[in-house]
Design a protein around this ligand. Structure first.
Ligand SMILES: CC(C)(COP(=O)(O)OP(=O)(O)OC[C@H]1O[C@@H](n2cnc3c(N)ncnc32)[C@H](O)[C@@H]1OP(=O)(O)O)[C@@H](O)C(=O)NCCC(=O)NCCS
Length: 164
């Protein structure tokens, strides 16, 4: 299995992966819109014997601390036939490593705590933020000391507001 930064040739496969995993087009369209808007920070694809998984990280603005570099992890998907084999975890770990190297301070995700806690995400850190997704499924991970101080209102990429 190979994980690499998506290029234009991967766009149709990324769309198909999200559509297959979520059994609807909303998440695939979210990726497309964020790409069109220039809001994607990092987008990774996993290739096994075929395109197998995709994850997107998009810009997140912490309005009370504009020097804090934040991003949102969403969406993450692995094709149904290859789920449960570590591909989703490998995508998240690779993404977090790259973001830390690039100087990002904070990653926020909305998802199952049972899944995301293995990467270090916690609802406690996220509870200090004010987002449209506040609640037990919102989790955050600090990638730096600065990230641990994150608080206050955040703005997601505008495509999230159009998510159906
Ligand atoms: C969620 C998803 C990306 C995980 O990818 P994956 O390659 O199947 O996951 P991994 O093989 O890395 O990890 C498997 C582990 O995740 C757990 N897991 C998978 N989906 C889960 C979920 N929705 N909630 C909680 N745990 C979950 C499995 O039980 C397994 O746990 P274990 O390691 O303790 O046995 C994938 O199942 C998927 O695409 N699901 C449909 C789309 C989706 O719900 N995306 C998540 C958006 S937040």
């Amino acid at each position: 299995m190979e994980i690499r930064v998506e290029d234009t040739a991967d766009w149709p496969a990324a769309h198909a992966i999200h559509k297959a995993a979520f059994q609807r087009t909303s998440e695939a369209e979210l990726v497309r819109r964020m790409r069109d808007d220039g809001d994607l920070i990092l987008s990774l694809t996993a290739h096994a014997d075929r395109p197998a998984g995709h994850v997107a990280f998009s810009r997140l603005v912490l309005r009370d601390n504009l020097t804090l570099a934040g991003c949102a992890l969403a969406p993450l998907a692995v094709i149904p036939e290859l789920q449960g084999q570590g591909i989703g975890s490998a995508l998240v770990r690779e993404g977090l490593e790259r973001l830390a190297e690039d100087g990002y301070d904070l990653v926020v995700v909305l998802g199952e705590p049972d899944y995301y806690r293995r990467f270090g995400f916690t609802p406690a850190l996220a509870s200090r933020l004010k987002t449209p997704y506040d609640g037990p499924y919102l989790q955050a991970l600090a990638l730096s000391e600065k990230g641990k101080q994150a608080h206050g209102p955040v703005s997601y990429a505008r495509a999230f507001a159009e998510l159906k």
